[in-house]
Design a protein around this ligand. Structure first.
Ligand SMILES: NC(=O)c1ccc[n+]([C@@H]2O[C@H](COP(=O)([O-])OP(=O)(O)OC[C@H]3O[C@@H](n4cnc5c(N)ncnc54)[C@H](OP(=O)(O)O)[C@@H]3O)[C@@H](O)[C@H]2O)c1
Length: 281
């Protein structure tokens, strides 16, 4: 059995569409309770575990760091210890926000981490706890997730684009938009590979290519829809948020390609697919 933590989120939804998985919602395993997460693994004895649940409210985390740290740090660590105890591999999703966003070079998995907000610190705590558990695992750091489900930048742009002729969008943050479906596909492939090759344990980067600014990503969304509001580039300083965001979110995917023979997802093709999905909904 492939056990997935998370049921309603973007990646969890795609995992259920793509794979034969058992997905646990908050009612069955609350990540605010690390013991309950470990117990869910002990009682089910899965072949592999994928953690697609997380505290993802980046701005709210500034006011709720202890809760975010339990959900994103202590619970993944408890899952990893429970997995290690029964020899089950764990695939865990992390984030570009573990980096400080300096420079313009794509981050490699072994570059030094230095989160600049509470959410990033909480996700880094999860990574550290998983490695400390000593079991077979893959930590997949991804960025800028979008899908037809849940809340994300693409859906926000489609909503705002209906009523506005002009939008000001941040242009000094650059990264790789990544579809939840692409993440789910990689999670399932990596999970199967880890069952056969536990020595491929490690931290990997997975982001859609090519890298782009939020403003250019918005233009790509509008270019595919009937309405094309004018998009004006603005700096992050003109759009203050409670949590600081990294400017450079470029992720180097080479390690993932080498270990699992997986190419970098093409976010433009995946965006077309998500827009088709939204039409069908
Ligand atoms: N979204 C992004 O742009 C982004 C970027 C980089 C990395 N990531 C990482 O990618 C992964 C998947 O993100 P996503 O975009 O799919 O997230 P999402 O759509 O925000 O979904 C988060 C999921 O976590 C669940 N969850 C939250 N708190 C929980 C709790 N206490 N107990 C049990 N479940 C809980 C939610 O359940 P409810 O529906 O019950 O709240 C939801 O199913 C996460 O690890 C995230 O950190 C995301």
């Amino acid at each position: 059995m492939i056990l997935v933590f998370g049921r309603t989120g973007q990646v969890a939804t795609e995992l259920q569409r793509l794979g034969d998985v058992t997905a646990l919602g908050r009612d069955q395993a609350d990540l605010a309770d690390p013991g309950a997460c470990a117990e869910a693994i002990r009682t089910r004895q899965p072949r592999v575990v994928i953690n697609a649940a997380a505290y993802t409210a980046v701005d709210r985390a500034e006011d709720e760091e202890p809760l975010a740290t339990t959900i994103n740090g202590a619970s993944p660590a408890a899952m990893a210890r429970a997995c290690a105890a029964i020899g089950t591999p764990l695939v865990h999703i992390s984030t570009d926000y573990v980096f400080d966003g300096s420079g313009t070079r794509p981050w490699s998995p072994d570059d030094p981490t230095r989160p600049i907000n509470a959410y990033g610190r909480s996700k880094l705590a999860g990574e550290t706890g998983i490695r400390a558990a000593g079991g077979s695992h893959a930590i997949l750091r991804t960025s800028w997730v979008f899908s037809a489900h849940g809340n994300n930048f693409v859906k926000t742009m489609l909503r705002l684009g209906k009523d506005c002729d002009r939008l000001s969008i941040v242009a000094d943050q650059v990264g790789g938009p990544t579809s939840a479906a692409a993440i789910a596909r990689v999670c399932l492939t990596v999970a199967e590979a880890l069952c056969l090759h536990p020595d491929r344990t490690g931290t990997y980067h997975l982001s859609g290519g090519p890298d782009v600014s939020w403003a250019d990503f918005a233009r790509a969304v509008f270019a595919r829809t009937g309405r094309t509001p004018e998009v004006a580039d603005i700096p992050s300083s003109a759009y203050p948020t409670p949590a600081a965001r990294p400017h450079n979110s470029r992720l180097d995917n080479t390690a993932l390609t080498r270990a699992f023979n997986l190419g970098r997802p093409d976010w433009q093709a995946d965006l077309d697919e998500v827009l088709r999905d939204l039409d069908r909904l």
